[in-house]
Design a protein around this ligand. Structure first.
Ligand code: E4P
Length: 248
């Protein structure tokens, strides 16, 4: 199971990326607010420079036409960008429309301050965009049916929100389990991103459920990384080594 970082905070992304832990980043308007940023395109480009892999950026229009226009715009920022669309009726309509569209190769990466300095040259970027088209991450999923409808509408990724379901006394992880089973039963290639992850056990449970990806907040990822027995084990090995090697 791949791990994405659920944040728009560049420092957090830099740190997790330097540890080799993440293969993507998911953002949303609330995470932008938490990062103190409102320039969504600039933030996405900065993340793209750091990660060069899946970066989800969310539309903010509430009708299908607006979402379609935004999706075309966002997809031109980078071939690595995946357009996040809420799983509301207008969102499903937009998903069907967007999944028929191609990335405007003439506008791809244009005006990006990192063009020529990042790991993806413009020819490769065009090849990737041509191969992938405009990819959709169906967000705010709270039921297996919503995931099924989004996949049928052309979403490449679905994001069930585990923690928010737990918050209202439901079993969020069971929704992930059910979605994985449905997609397997019908051989659907839409990938499942376990989202709204609140603690390290959620990561393990998502992996056991067969989720393709878990998108994890920075603090949860750092907690999951640590174990007190690992730290005390390292200390003891070091102390014993000093005893026999005299500190060399
Ligand atoms: C997923 O893509 C969302 O950004 C995120 O996981 C929402 O999590 P929250 O419930 O902690 O806001």
């Amino acid at each position: 199971m791949e791990i994405f970082l659920d944040t728009a905070n560049l420092e957090e992304i830099r740190e997790a990326s330097s540890l080799g832990l993440i293969t993507g980043v998911t953002t949303n308007p609330s995470l932008m607010m938490m990062a103190g940023r409102k320039d969504y395109r600039e933030v996405t480009r900065e993340i793209c420079y750091l990660v060069q892999d899946h970066i989800s950026a969310e539309v903010t229009s509430m009708n299908a036409e607006g979402m379609l226009a935004e999706a075309k715009e966002i997809a031109a920022w980078s071939p690595h960008v995946v357009v996040k669309i809420p799983t509301i009726p207008e969102g499903l309509k937009a998903m069907s429309l967007v999944s028929q569209e191609e990335v405007d190769l003439g506008r791809l990466c244009q005006g990006c301050p990192w063009l020529g300095q990042c790991g993806t040259d413009i020819e490769t970027a065009r090849d990737l965009a041509e191969a992938w088209g405009i990819r959709i991450n169906a967000t705010l999923i709270f039921s297996p049916n919503q995931a099924l409808f989004a996949a049928n509408a052309g979403a490449s990724f679905v994001s069930p929100f585990v923690g928010r379901l737990d918050d209202i006394g439901e079993d969020g992880m069971q929704v992930v389990v059910d979605i994985v089973e449905i997609f397997e039963t019908y051989g659907m290639d839409t990938q499942v991103i376990a989202a709204s992850i609140r603690h390290p056990l959620h990561i393990t449970q998502a992996a056991l459920a067969g989720a393709d990806i878990a998108t994890v907040p920075h603090d949860v990822l750092m907690k999951a990384l640590k174990h007190p027995l690992t730290d005390s084990g390292v200390e003891r090995f070091l102390a014993d080594w000093k005893k026999i090697a005299g500190g060399e």
